[in-house]
Design a protein around this ligand. Structure first.
Ligand code: MG
Length: 429
């Protein structure tokens, strides 16, 4: 059928002419508006046989004793063994993308870097009249850029993606194009998950087996700043009930005391590999425990496995590996080194592998946190679809950015609300 509202879903029935057609090889579809619809189809797929020339129309009409072709008529070749319901209309996958600079509300400083915006690549994959949305958030220290994203996407053949999607094969295909590039791989994986949900008419969270009732609270992240600015940022936390603080400098205790002067909300702490001395780090975990800290991310260098393991063995607060855990093979390596892992779509190459990491971590008895980079509602909803399967969530992208191109999803009682819309549930502005 044709949805004349703009989304086009074609089956052969819609092309069946209403009258008898005896002319060899040709038949007509009369509604003039069909011409435009068919042109759209022609532009996205290689239909054969199918043509729409006036000359063939006149030929067909002469065969049927009609005098002239009429403007707007579309002519469909008709093979002798083909009643049109046997026509196969295979739509190609259409991959399009555009760069987008996501502005941050505040200059964001963590232990090693500062920035005011983040380069994104917004990706769309269209198929059978549905569009799947994805995005890559390419924070500079992860090594991806507009250039690397363009290079990678130019090598992607979207027709490798066959619906129903086999995501394990798709990630193998993406990995075969080039190693690394996890964010741009995630953008394709997210778009295909959104598309899958729309084609199935089901929300992604449901397809992935998540229970919205199990959605964890999302933290609100505060970067390193002056005491005045940190107090201002705490007040911007709104409905978020957990504050995440970036530490990793000499002034860590002062920063926590500043936060504590304005809120008694539970805290996540992220040291971003900034701690170096073992005994000082252990003393810090005890002090942070007294301050109501629920977890500590990546205290020491990701390469210093022994120090992270030593601290994990002794810390009263769960130690979570973040920079040290990128993709599925890293999950097994985290056991015995950390209490849990922080997974992010932009590190793991997307929703499929994140889900596999969740299953693997559960099998190994590791705790799970799901986090984000600077992201729009699109990647946030992609992570939120899996968040109910994790213990903690840090999905605050939409709160920290000022030019999100999508509507901010519903956020209630400190948690993202998963809706029943097909796909990710993205709403356009
Ligand atoms: Mg972190």
């Amino acid at each position: 059928m044709i949805d004349w509202g703009g989304l086009l879903k074609f089956t052969c029935e819609c092309l069946l002419p209403t009258g008898p057609f005896d002319s060899p090889g040709l038949c007509f579809a009369r509604p003039p508006s069909l011409r435009q619809a068919v042109k759209r189809v022609l532009s996205i797929k290689k239909i054969h046989p199918l043509s729409a020339t006036r000359r063939e129309g006149r030929q067909a009409q002469r065969c049927r004793g009609e005098s002239t072709a009429q403007a707007g008529q579309i002519i469909f070749p008709r093979s002798h063994d083909c009643s049109l319901e046997n026509f196969s209309f295979e739509f190609n996958m259409q991959l399009t993308y555009q760069p987008f600079e996501l502005e941050l509300k505040h200059t964001f400083t963590i232990a090693k870097f500062s920035r005011n915006s983040t380069p994104l690549m917004l990706v769309q994959i269209a198929h059978e009249g549905c569009i799947g949305y994805g995005e890559a958030s390419m924070v500079p220290y992860m090594g991806e850029s507009y250039q690397s994203a363009n290079d990678f996407l130019s090598k992607v053949d979207a027709n490798q993606f066959k619906y129903p999607f086999d995501f394990a094969s798709i990630i193998d295909y993406l990995d075969s194009i080039a190693p690394g590039n996890p964010a741009i791989k995630a953008s394709i994986d997210i778009a295909l998950h959104d598309l899958e949900g729309k084609l199935k008419g089901e929300p992604c969270w449901k397809i992935l087996g998540s229970d919205p009732q199990q959605m964890p609270l999302t933290s609100f992240t505060i970067g390193i700043d002056t005491p005045e600015m940190m107090i201002k940022k705490v007040k911007e936390a709104g409905d978020c009930r957990i504050i995440k603080v970036k530490l990793g400098r000499d002034s860590d205790k002062e920063l926590i005391s500043t936060i504590r002067s304005v809120t008694d909300a539970p805290l996540f702490v992220d040291a971003n590999q900034g701690w170096t001395d073992l005994q000082q780090s252990l003393d810090m975990t005890h002090w942070l425990h007294e301050q109501g800290v629920l977890l500590i991310e990546q205290p020491m260098l990701k390469t210093d496995i022994d120090s992270n393991a030593w601290l994990t063995e002794r810390s009263p607060v769960p130690i979570i590996g973040d920079e040290s855990v990128q993709r599925l093979p890293d999950v097994g390596k985290a056991k015995g080194v950390y209490h849990g892992i922080n997974i992010k779509l932009m590190k793991s190459a997307g929703m499929y592998e994140t889900h596999q990491m969740i299953l693997k971590a559960r099998e190994l008895g590791l705790k799970l946190m799901i986090g984000c980079m600077s992201e729009t509602s699109c990647a946030t909803l992609a992570a939120a679809a899996l968040a109910p399967q994790c213990d903690w969530a840090d999905l605050d992208g939409p709160f920290l950015t000022s030019n999100n191109p999508y509507k901010i999803p519903e956020f209630k009682d400190g948690k993202w609300v998963l809706n029943n819309d097909a796909g990710l549930g993205i709403e356009m502005l």
